[in-house]
Design a protein around this ligand. Structure first.
Ligand code: FO1
Length: 333
């Protein structure tokens, strides 16, 4: 699976529920977006890696969808009392420990994948053993920035995605999304192999621009998706004309993609020869029942599609979604 934060993590929970139901020996590799990563107060923070890790490790705050359960905010308050910026980005006390360990290990020369593996030994191994593996998309520094019209002075400037999203609440006008460093990055160890040597690749209902889009910007990953012998199936995060987890509307608008399940399917493109612009990645696309009328349009773009309920209300409902995705591209499995 390629994954962003909340939407991806919740979908993986459903996929794992399905694995439990069928008691099969399936293993799941999650390749997480690291374009949201940010250095704050001298610490390396990896929101999507941590959201997946905490969610699957039962340590997530389920209301917020990010950060730790039973969190306290004393360090944040103390930093604010010193007037230290950024005050708009909050690190909880428990969460802080993860960033301290990660930063120390990076400083000691370990790669982000090695650090992630070490952190997952606490969170994933006791629950999932070798059945779930979490990989960063790249060990190289890639940061998503958004070019905004700064409301402070009307000047155009590129700000970190987190600043656009949290400080500006995605409500300032923006003209571009740039994955800085992506063109010079390489996939992390195991990423290409995981895509090439699998039975199925799933794109969960993660953000098509700043989550899946950033992963696809790492050289080699799109090619691996196009050449793998496994089918690639995606689940729409857009239901009706909105994003279930909130942040696709503005971002799709910036890159000129229609905010609809069909618009995103066409943006990813069909993997069939001649599909999309010749660089499509999809063999199947699941849309919500309310988007059933768009199935014809998606299939005309060369992407087999089906409409089913896509609300991740609980793990069982999400497991049904995962099963529907599998039925679409691997009938009878
Ligand atoms: N989201 C917020 O809305 N406000 C925050 O202060 C904030 C801090 C934060 C710290 C660590 C972390 O792992 C995630 C955090 N998030 C926060 C969530 C994050 O901004 C986004 O939801 C993801 O980057 C999108 O996947």
């Amino acid at each position: 699976m390629l994954s962003g934060g909340v939407g991806g993590a919740r979908f993986i929970q459903g996929l794992l529920r399905l694995v439990e139901r069928t008691s099969s020996a399936t293993t799941v590799t999650v390749i997480a977006n690291t374009g949201d990563d940010i250095w704050v107060h001298g610490l390396k923070v990896c929101p999507d890696l941590d959201t997946v890790m905490y969610t699957l490790g039962s340590g997530i705050d389920t209301d917020r969808g990010w950060g730790r359960t039973d969190e306290t905010w004393h360090a944040k308050e103390e930093l604010a009392a010193y007037g230290v910026e950024p005050t708009w980005f909050g690190l909880g006390d428990r969460d802080l420990a993860t960033h301290l360990v990660r930063t120390q290990m990076l400083d000691a020369g370990f790669s982000l994948s090695k650090v992630t593996d070490a952190l997952c030994r606490r969170w994933l191994s006791p629950i999932w053993g070798a059945r779930v593996r979490l990989l960063p998309m790249s060990d190289d520094r890639v940061e998503t920035h958004v070019v905004i019209d700064d409301p402070a002075d009307g000047e155009q400037r590129a700000v970190h995605f987190q600043e656009y999203w949290i400080r500006h609440q995605a409500s300032v006008s923006a003209s571009a999304v740039v994955a800085i460093g992506a063109d010079r990055s390489a996939p992390a160890p195991g990423v290409i192999e995981a895509i090439s040597d699998t039975d199925l690749v799933v794109l969960p209902p993660s953000n098509p621009v700043v989550s899946v889009g950033t992963i696809l910007a790492v050289p080699g990953i799109r090619d691996a998706l196009r050449t793998t012998t496994a089918p690639v199936v995606g689940v729409s995060g857009i239901v009706g004309d909105d994003h279930v987890h909130g942040m696709a509307r503005q971002l799709l608008g910036i890159i000129g993609v229609e905010v609809s399940a069909a618009g995103v399917a066409e943006h990813y493109g069909s993997r069939r020869p001649g599909g999309g612009n010749g660089d499509g990645i999809l063999d199947g696309w699941l849309v919500d029942s309310v988007d059933a009328p768009s199935v014809d349009r998606i299939e005309k773009a060369g992407i087999p599609a089906r409409a089913v309920p896509l609300m991740m209300t609980d793990h069982d409902a999400t497991a049904d979604m995962a099963q529907a995705a599998i039925d679409l591209v691997l009938p009878g499995r």
